[in-house]
Design a protein around this ligand. Structure first.
Ligand code: NAD
Length: 481
């Protein structure tokens, strides 16, 4: 057993905090992986006070220097890739391969944020479009909102944090991160890198803790914007607590993908298997509901079951592992219950279905009743439900019959079908000839319905993390023109 990590807050003065401590277990071995300090009201107040002061300084750093700092943080993060990837595999259970990919993506997000800082543009507007604007000039500038709180989920602790901190710093804000305790380590590394890259002390602070600490930050009147990633339930609580703050929410989903009869079957099986079972299904856009045209249904199902049955389930640290453990006993017990309920209600279990502790084999269920939790709630595990359809409109309608709306995929050779899906699907993003779980970090990303409010992606997040200020100018002495 490795010595557990001790993870502190990172405030303007550096690493602080002794107690109380939260205990984080390794999802694979059940050993204690880390002790994380838990922030109280005093920690929260100190962090907010520092943030308010340093934000004025950040806002005056010339844009090119903010961009350079973000570039340096991105580069230095890659120098700590192995250490950060191992920390994430240990505390979240994601495989070491997946964790390394996340570090690479995170570095890109920071560098992209730096580039977007340079494009934080305003508009010039025709003041004289109305008679009272005659002789005047009008333009807008984008100004930082002030103090941004980023609250992050356990499942992608580094990349989600980078999607908050990168655009926030680029826009000239001070940021306080409140990671999920399983992402505490990733948060501290990020804050250390900002300090080392020349960002003013306190530009990025990390207050550790769970929901209670998060609530204290959300309620704090010194905070201007809350950028949250996590469950829909917590998102709803946050919006009701935030008061007069801007709130951005990246929430849950139960993503669907359609495989039409003209899809290239050979090339779609692997991405579909990865999207459903990779990350042990613990991604907000994991493929949970699969609609397959009836004419190819049997062949498709046989091939997918064969591929799923050959995926390797096991230790996150074994480079050949495809599917690691679920994050906790609670998550594994909930998922087993949902699978058993669906089978009792008439679903056919095509493979998997029985856990060993927190490890679930890739599981495929055929046609569970659509009111089963395994279909209509967020599964967050390596389980996909599969349904045949005859007409494309049926599949689109079934996909839209969800309270969530994050992302969807469609495999088809038909431009007509692709466009119909793209326009009619009630989601934040549609992937054509790819599965629901696909993301390019510079594109707008986010949900509709109960999947969220706002868009990530540095360019779009910078818009959300700035205010538009309007300037109207008249010639000196020319007010009465
Ligand atoms: P969670 O909601 O339990 O916790 C997320 C974060 O919120 C943690 O830091 C937690 O401490 C904090 N928190 C919880 N309750 C809070 C409250 N009342 N006030 C303030 N803070 C609170 O979610 P999780 O289990 O860590 O993550 C899984 C969820 O996150 C899934 O629903 C998943 O879909 C979602 N997620 C969404 C995206 C996205 O981009 N849409 C990305 C990743 C994860």
């Amino acid at each position: 057993m490795k010595t557990p990590l001790i993870i502190k807050h990172f405030l303007a003065e550096g690493l602080v905090g002794e107690s109380p401590l939260l205990t984080i277990t390794d999802p694979f071995t059940s050993d204690i992986g880390a002790y994380v300090v838990e922030g109280d009201h005093d920690t929260v107040n100190r962090a907010v006070m520092h943030a308010q002061i340093v934000q004025k300084e950040i806002a005056h750093i010339p844009t090119y220097q903010r961009a350079q700092i973000l570039q340096r943080v991105g580069v230095e993060l890659l120098n700590r890739k192995e250490e950060v990837a191992e920390g994430m595999a240990l505390l979240t259970g994601k495989t070491i391969r997946e964790a390394r990919t996340e570090v690479d993506r995170s570095a890109d997000i920071l560098v992209l944020s730096g580039e977007e800082a340079r494009r934080n543009e305003g508009l010039t507007l025709p003041a004289d479009a109305l008679p009272s604007g005659r002789g005047r000039v009008a333009f807008t500038i984008r100004v930082p909102v002030g103090v941004v709180v980023g609250i992050t989920a356990f499942n992608a602790p580094l990349s989600i944090a980078c999607h908050k901190v990168g655009p926030s710093f680029a826009a000239g804000n001070a940021t306080i991160l409140k990671p999920d305790p399983r992402g505490a380590f990733a948060g501290v590394v990020l804050a250390e890198l900002f300090a080392a890259a020349g960002a003013p002390a306190g530009s990025v602070q990390v207050v550790q803790g769970g929901a209670k600490t998060g609530e204290a930050l959300v309620r704090h009147t010194g905070v201007d914007l809350v950028n949250f990633t996590g469950s829909t339930r917590a998102g709803e609580a946050i919006i009701s607590m935030a008061g007069l703050k801007r709130v951005l929410l990246e929430l849950g989903g139960n993503a669907a993908t359609i495989v039409h009869h003209d899809a290239d079957l050979k090339s779609c099986i692997e991405p579909i298997a990865q999207a459903a079972f990779g990350l042990a299904g613990q991604s907000c856009i994991s493929l949970q509901r699969l609609f397959v045209h009836e004419s190819i249904y049997e062949r498709f199902v046989l091939t997918l079951v064969d591929r799923a049955s050959h995926l390797r389930v096991g230790s996150p640290f074994d480079p050949s592992t495809d599917v690691g453990p679920l994050v906790s006993d609670e998550a594994a017990e909930r998922l087993q219950e949902w699978i058993d309920q669906a089978v009792a209600a008439g679903a056919r279990l095509l493979c998997g279905g029985q856990r060993t502790g927190r490890l679930f084999p890739p599981t495929i269920l055929e046609q569970p009743p659509v009111d089963q939790k395994i279909v209509c709630e967020e599964v967050f595990g390596p389980v996909v439900s599969i349904f045949p359809y005859r007409e494309i409109n049926e599949a689109i309608g079934a996909t839209n019959a969800s309270r969530f709306g994050l992302q969807a995929g469609v495999f088809t050779a038909s431009l007509d079908v692709a466009l119909r899906v793209a326009y009619q699907m009630e989601v934040g993003g549609v992937i054509v000839n790819g599965p629901s779980r696909y993301r390019l970090d510079h594109l707008p990303y986010g949900g509709v319905k109960r999947s969220g409010i706002g868009r990530e992606g540095p360019r779009f997040a910078i818009e959300d993390m700035t205010h538009v200020k309007t300037v109207v100018m008249s010639p000196a002495g020319g007010w009465g023109v």
